[in-house]
Design a protein around this ligand. Structure first.
Ligand code: PPS
Length: 308
């Protein structure tokens, strides 16, 4: 077995009996996993280096995709360099906390030297203040609500650390009421949108990335103050296509033990499409969702697209 996988094989033994569908506790109105809330003081006190960068998303909006793009850009398109470790080791998940012996995001961060590329699902008001004080670069990725909901629903089914999703109908209700882990999608996307100019946040859309990945890769490259050759950029677009990432063991989350991520229920790299919601919502559910959406998104005009 290759060395880089050994660690996760060991995890299977260590994680048995540790992973369960952890309950959520509301913190400042945002439901979060119990272990995150219990360790909140250390998380919120995290002091980044000014060279650190944050990738912020509501869960299932395209985090892993942008992470891979950023890593390849930083390594001038060197795909082998980007296979040095799994995506969770390359991009520590700031707030994630498990019972021992599973390392937390903060444990991983302590063992890495800046500049670090850090993942978070925290809504903007809960991001540790040091990121703003140090003017760290922040990339935010947003995905239209219906596809985001569908992706999150299937993730709840396969991720045994998330609460049970319940029925599809119940899940839609919980999404609309902001009762899922990391809270309200509506507040999340609006929070970063309102602050994007003031805080120099690069605000991306999953749908734009699907429509024209090259344009979005270049946008990220410019934000990172990089300038790569044309053929390198083309190669990065290819390496970060859904099909290539789905088969990349360092990006597709198959390295997570099955007791936590059961890909036989639903793959982490599931479909990677815009508009899959049409295969899930009934016309009545869609209408009810749209009416509620208009109320929750009133007064802000974020250009989401539910089809291409
Ligand atoms: S997580 O757990 O919050 O970090 O998940 P996240 O990475 O944000 O979202 C997972 C969804 O993103 C899709 N994905 C991609 N789509 C298109 N192209 C590429 N390269 C890509 N990589 C990941 C992934 O398939 C999940 O969406 P669904 O709709 O479930 O397929």
């Amino acid at each position: 077995m290759e060395k880089k996988f050994q660690k996760y094989e060991e995890f299977t033994n260590k994680w048995t009996g540790v992973i369960s569908r952890f309950p959520l506790i509301e913190m400042q109105g945002v439901p979060l996993r119990n272990y995150i809330v219990q360790n909140w003081s250390s998380i919120s006190a995290f002091e980044p280096d000014p060279s650190d960068m944050l990738i912020a998303t509501y869960p299932k909006a395209g985090t892993t995709w942008v992470q891979e793009i950023v890593d390849l850009l930083q390594h001038n398109g060197d795909s082998e360099a980007c296979k040095r470790a799994s995506t969770i080791d390359r991009f520590p998940f700031l707030e994630i906390q498990y019972p021992p012996p599973i390392p937390s995001g903060l444990d991983l961060l302590r063992n890495m030297r800046p500049p670090r590329f850090i993942k978070t699902h925290l809504p903007i008001q809960l991001v540790p203040e040091g990121f703003w004080r140090h003017k760290c670069k922040v990339i935010y990725v947003a995905r239209n609500a219906k596809d985001n909901l569908v992706s999150y629903y299937h993730f709840h089914r396969m991720n045994k650390a998330q609460p049970e999703p319940g029925t599809w109908d119940e899940y839609i209700q919980n999404f609309m009421r902001g009762k899922l882990a990391w809270g309200s999608w509506y507040d999340h996307v609006k929070g970063y949108w309102k602050e994007r100019e003031k805080r120099n946040i690069l605000y991306l859309f999953y749908e734009d990335m699907k429509e024209n990945p090259r344009r979005e890769v270049e946008r990220i490259m410019h934000y990172l103050d990089l300038s790569l050759a044309e053929d390198v950029i083309n190669n990065i677009v290819e390496l970060t296509s859904f099909k290539v990432m789905r088969d990349n063991p360092m990006a597709n989350y198959t390295f997570v033990p099955k007791i936590m991520f059961d890909h036989s229920i639903s793959a982490f790299m599931r479909k990677g499409e815009v508009g899959d919601w049409t295969n899930h919502f009934t016309p009545a559910q869609s209408q009810m969702f749209d009416e509620d959406y208009s109320r929750q998104m009133a007064g802000v005009d974020i250009p989401f697209r539910t089809s291409l």
